[in-house]
Design a protein around this ligand. Structure first.
Ligand code: UDP
Ligand code: MG
Length: 323
């Protein structure tokens, strides 16, 4: 059975580890023996990643360089890569090889057993800092509670997905793309392979605390309307307590007469309700913002140039950089 494997790698300022990436990935894929294409998405790198990639494309004929017009972020870069991938199976992978390519063999085995999705699950997060592990754990627990789509824990974007799943993903119209969630949303028969996540081989992680927080917030607001709906319940609770308190004041005034001017209680209630309302408006605003973004129907990415598929260029005997 001939099976085209597409490896999709988003790259942002990855020049330091590029040689290592190509060496390792080609070594493993050559061993497997199936034809493959290496889709490298340059996500608006500010270093010479693009130049190096174009040089690599001349050297390694399976390489296809997708150059985005600016930095769109990993999620969009991944979507761009999936949209040009032609493989029967597609494997998104990180350029820093924190996703070990030796797992690809096991993933393919599971695929041949009939699974459309094979997830690489980290058995330990030793390479991540304590804070990152702790916040990631909290995030997954929260998301599990809030969302109907079960987003698997300790699973990154490193996975094998079959052509069917890729087609579904490519046809999703939404432009706010939280890929982990969208992958999970697609469903299909799913299997796991376990691994231990090593340290980055070169360069630095571009996901700072703030970026991760934004990603987490994106995940929650894309996949749950609980933050919006919860205000209804809080509102009902607060107003019923206020109502009871008001009734109590009236009864007390009727029975005992006016005591103090009641300035303190009034101002506390007004401020408290004002605060609640402001937070509520803020959350509603968040979702209205999303409706606004979606209604614009902006494309998820803009590709500046794409190289031809290796199979075509092989038959034509050209190298595959198109400018
Ligand atoms: N990446 C990207 N665009 C960005 C940031 C990162 O394409 O704006 C790529 C990066 O080149 C790498 C992958 O996303 O291939 C994962 O990034 P990183 O290793 O920095 O994240 P971490 O492993 O710390 O989660
Ligand atoms: Mg990494």
């Amino acid at each position: 059975m001939s099976l085209l494997i597409s490896i999709v790698c988003p790259m942002y300022n990855e020049s330091a580890g590029l040689d290592h990436y190509f060496k390792e990935i080609t070594r493993h894929l050559d061993q497997i023996g199936h034809p493959y294409e290496l889709i490298c998405v340059n996500d608006g790198s500010t270093d010479n990643t693009l130049k190096l990639l174009q040089a690599k494309a001349k050297e390694v004929e399976q390489t296809r360089v997708v150059n985005l017009s600016r930095n769109f972020g990993k999620e969009c870069a991944l979507s761009a890569g999936l949209s040009v991938a032609e493989g029967d199976v597609v494997i998104p992978i990180d350029a820093d090889l924190q996703d070990p390519p030796e797992l690809i063999v096991q993933m393919l085995e599971k695929y041949k057993q009939g699974f459309d999705v094979v997830l690489a699950r980290r058995v330990s997060r030793k390479s991540d800092s304590l804070a990152k592990r702790w916040t990631a754990g909290m995030f997954y627990r929260l998301l599990k509670r809030l969302s109907k789509v079960q987003i698997p824990e300790n699973v990154g974007d490193f996975r094998l997905i079959s052509r069917r799943v890729v087609n579904v993903l490519n046809n999703l119209p939404e432009s706010q793309r939280f890929m982990k969630g969208l992958f999970a949303w697609c469903g299909f028969p799913t299997a796991y392979v376990d691994y231990e996540r090593p340290e980055r081989v070169a360069g630095e992680s571009s996901f700072s605390g703030w970026k991760l927080w934004n990603l987490a917030w994106e995940g929650i607001t894309s996949f749950s309307t609980v933050p919006l709906r919860i205000w209804t319940y809080i509102g009902v609770l607060v107003s019923s307590v206020s109502f009871l308190y008001g009734a109590w004041i009236i009864v007390r005034t009727l029975l005992l007469g006016v005591d103090t001017p009641g300035y303190a209680s009034t101002i506390v209630v007004v401020l408290f309700l004002g605060g609640i309302q402001l937070i509520g408006i803020g959350v509603i605003g968040e979702y209205i913002g999303r409706i606004y973004m979606e209604s614009k129907r902006r494309p998820v990415f803009v590709i500046e140039s794409v190289t031809e598929s290796p199979t075509e260029s092989l038959s034509k005997g050209e190298n595959n950089v198109v400018t």
